[in-house]
Design a protein around this ligand. Structure first.
Ligand code: EPZ
Length: 423
């Protein structure tokens, strides 16, 4: 069982280069299936989830070359030899569902194994399926060898108006990558507005698609006949950015984040300023300075973009344990994203919580303990807590963290963190 040993080594200082976004590159890689020509995606982070997506695309018939030195992944799928993602691969990553839209658009068929829920919630795909059906797709749900599958078929995809009951990121991405090759106009209303949606729209338009309105709650897509290959640079990872901003704050240090996009992390910047940290926004960098500052608690509620991101909820909660006063955290996006609280309590945190709301009594001295990551962001939150705790913290199940943070230990160590990876 791989783990990190984390010790408090005082304020973190220095600078970190932000990697390409995991949650942007996965839909881009899936969208490359929409053409038989080569797509080159630069600034692709070397992450386990990216490796899994490479395997899924190879299984489908893609020629995939991922050069981790240059962070460039080249994908060329001249022929589809398998229309889906099987149980082994799909069970390793929920984002495997993102190949469903491109496969329907390219071949009219898809068979996707559905991994069950995960630590943070049931993760249903009803909104994806409802959108596909609106475009004329026939859907069957099957159960075989202990796994749930979705089979889907369509003769001709028809553009239509789709309203999403919830601005689901994955459903918006899946429906975008289907509608680009559908006949006629598709509008996606109550669409997700995340920066990753905008990056996907830019990628699709460079392939010859006609997508308008990405980044707003209504996306309009005019179907075209074919799409061609393209080159694209993935946007920087706003959740990695936020995680390191919080590392500076929780250690009362000062870190400069290069290649960060300030407009992508506005809610966190606002909250850190409410706590009393200094945040300087430059064109392509962010500096967080909490040196010598007495930070105070604040309240937050997670919401779909442009609200406070659910992925930074647990790392922010770690900070609130160390600030003066009492803070509340309300999680509205996932139904079970407080699994890290029990682990933080082992470190001395005082947190009272119900299913969606947590009250954190601040100014507590954290003490090192053996704790477990329950999802990749909760794992990062426990490392942050360990950086501020007295004594040694052992974080187990760090494969979660390795899924979503490129060179996490190296980057943390480069600004002075005492963190060691143990097999
Ligand atoms: C994406 O997941 C991200 N993953 C998640 O990041 C992120 O937390 C989430 O968006 C919200 O921002 C990737 O982009 C690969 P959703 P996704 O569909 O698309 C419900 C991380 O840490 N829902 O917006 O799965 C769902 O249950 C990961 O990097 C339905 O009810 O998120 C959840 O409660 C964790 N029916 C809410 O919507 C559906 O058909 C948000 O889910 C789809 C979703």
């Amino acid at each position: 069982m791989s783990k990190y040993i984390v010790r408090n080594n005082g304020p973190l200082k220095g600078q970190i280069n932000i990697s390409g976004s995991k949650n942007a590159v996965l839909p881009l890689m899936a969208a490359s299936l929409l053409t038989s020509e080569k797509c080159e995606i630069y600034d692709t982070p070397a992450l386990r989830d990216v490796d899994v997506m490479c395997s899924i695309l190879r299984r489908i018939g893609g020629n995939v070359q991922f050069d981790k030195e240059s962070n460039c992944v080249e994908i060329e799928t001249q022929e589809i030899i398998y229309n889906g993602a099987d149980t082994e691969l799909a069970s390793r990553m929920r984002a495997s569902i993102l190949v469903m839209g491109p496969l329907l658009a390219r071949t009219g068929r898809a068979t996707i194994a559905l991994p069950g829920g995960c630590a943070i919630g049931a993760r249903p795909i009803d909104l994806h399926l409802k959108g596909f059906e609106a475009m004329g797709v026939k859907i069957w749900e099957k159960h075989q060898d202990g796994f749930d599958y979705v089979e889907a078929e369509v003769d001709k995809l028809k553009g239509c108006d789709i309203y999403l009951d919830f601005p689901s990121v994955g459903a918006t991405e899946n429906l975008m990558t289907t509608a680009v090759l559908a006949e006629g106009i598709t509008t996606i209303q109550n669409a997700a507005e995340e920066p990753e949606i905008v990056d996907l729209a830019n990628f699709l338009n460079k392939m010859g698609a006609r997508v308008k309105g990405a980044g707003t709650d209504t996306i309009r897509i005019e179907g075209v006949k074919t799409l061609h290959g393209t080159r694209h640079n993935v946007i920087p990872d706003r959740i990695e950015t936020g995680t390191f901003m919080l590392a500076a704050a929780i250690t009362r240090g000062s870190i400069r984040l290069n290649n960060a996009v300030a407009s992508h992390v506005k809610p966190l910047t606002a909250k850190l300023r409410e706590c009393g940290a200094e945040v300087v926004e430059e064109d392509d960098a962010i500096i967080v300075n909490a040196e010598g500052k007495k930070l105070v608690s604040t309240n937050l509620k997670t919401l779909p973009y442009p609200g406070f991101p659910t992925d930074l909820q647990s790392p922010f909660m770690s900070l609130l344990i160390t600030t003066e006063g009492r803070g509340t955290v309300i999680e509205t996006v996932f139904e079970n994203r407080f699994m890290h609280i029990a682990e933080l309590q082992k470190m001395g945190a005082q947190i009272d919580y119900s299913d969606r709301k947590a009250v954190i009594t601040g100014n507590k001295n954290l003490r090192g303990a053996a704790v477990k990551a329950t999802d990749l962001r909760a794992g990062a939150a426990l490392v942050l807590a360990g950086l501020a705790a007295e004594g040694t913290t052992q974080v187990e199940q760090v494969y979660y963290i390795e899924r979503g943070y490129e060179n996490f230990v190296e980057k943390m160590s480069s600004v002075g963190a005492d963190i060691e990876y143990i097999e």
